[in-house]
Write a protein that binds this ligand. Structure first.
Ligand code: 13P
Length: 341
């Protein structure tokens, strides 16, 4: 069996990144609403099959895919298990194991992620099915009340417990503390995002160390440091890159092999340009790549539109986006490449 460090390094191999396709039923319903498509077992399968059969993207630019439990066990329309498609393109299947974020007791505006009960048994099952890595997302909201120190601490603690269970099962934990980008404009400047992201990462690594997590056998999946999505502040690509990398340098130990960002509601091009600008800074102790959901999928979803006849065009759109992000992981993306597409 490959070591945790070997799996983690393969996931952040040069010029590759992760496709997050682990939308819960509620989240995929929001995405399908964009194209007015009803959510059924079949529509979810057909949509994801379109992505997973994008052979060029999956072979050249994608190292791993985060799945839901449903997809990990699912078969393509012709009966081929999805897992066989991943084997054929040397993509590592991963699994989202948290059970979602629920309102935190005794707290205003905050959530705590659930799913630790029974996790050891579930992970043993996922390992048998071939999952090489897992994901757990804790969410930290920015409001006039939040986050509180207790909210950050509780989420950091849950992430550390989850990470230990994963490593015990031989599965690489992707640790995702997401500072949400949807705060009220007055609450959510880039400075506030930087402060909250720093405080969160500090708490997360404190808990990971306390729990005894092997930092060389995990990946971090953070937000970038940006103004809130509704903020009127306009900041340059370089400022986002610099502030994000400075914050990570302050709080993320060099023993962590890689950092794979979430896109968090950024436009496709922004998410790509920010990642590329960070990699252009050079001299980084960890690999920096993508683990995007929306910023990898939206153009493909809209092109597909729920119709078989659009599968090829949708795969082309997905492959283009994956390629742009793969270039960004090398610091080689240029906006002109998107204009030319
Ligand atoms: P987005 O890139 O759409 O933010 O999703 C990534 C993810 O996995 C969130 O948990």
């Amino acid at each position: 069996m490959a070591s945790l460090n070997a799996i983690a390094k393969k996931l952040v191999a040069s010029g590759k990144g992760i496709l997050a396709a682990d939308e819960s039923e509620g989240t995929i319903a929001k995405r399908f609403a964009l194209i007015g498509l009803p959510v059924t077992l079949e529509t979810r399968r057909d949509y994801r099959e379109m992505l997973f059969r994008s052979t060029e993207a999956m072979t050249d630019y994608i190292s791993g895919v985060i799945l839901t439990e449903e997809t990990l066990e699912q078969k393509a329309k012709d009966g081929t298990p999805f897992r066989e498609l991943f084997n054929a393109t040397d993509v590592i299947p991963g699994i989202k194991v948290d059970r979602g974020a629920l309102p935190m007791p005794g707290s205003k505006d905050e959530k705590i992620t659930e799913g630790l009960d029974g996790l050891r048994q579930r992970l043993a099952h996922y390992a048998k099915l071939g999952a090489g890595f897992a994901k757990w997302r804790g969410v930290i909201a920015i409001t006039s009340y939040a986050p509180s120190r207790n909210g950050i601490r509780a989420n950091a603690h849950a992430l550390a417990r989850y990470a230990m269970y994963c490593q015990e099962a031989g599965i690489v934990p992707v640790v995702e503390p997401e500072v949400l980008a949807d705060g009220e404009p007055g609450d959510h400047s880039i400075q506030r995002c930087e402060d909250v992201t720093g405080e969160t990462l500090e708490a997360v690594f404190k808990e990971l160390r306390l729990a005894g997590v092997d930092l060389s056998g995990m990946l971090l999946k953070p937000n970038m440091v940006t103004p809130g999505l509704r903020s009127r502040d306009r900041v340059s690509t370089e400022e986002v890159a610099q502030r994000t990398v400075e914050t990570l340098r302050r709080f993320v130990p060099a023993a962590v092999p890689g950092i794979a960002f979430l896109s968090g509601g950024q436009s496709d091009e922004e998410a790509t340009a920010h990642l590329s600008a960070m990699n252009q800074l050079g001299g980084l102790p960890w690999a920096l790549t993508f683990s995007y959901g929306r910023a990898l999928q939206t153009s493909a979803l809209v092109t597909w539109n729920g119709e078989d006849q659009n599968v090829k065009a949708a795969q082309k759109a997905f492959t283009h986006r994956a390629k742009m992000n793969a270039l960004a992981a090398l610091g080689q993306y240029k906006p002109e490449l998107d204009l030319a597409a």
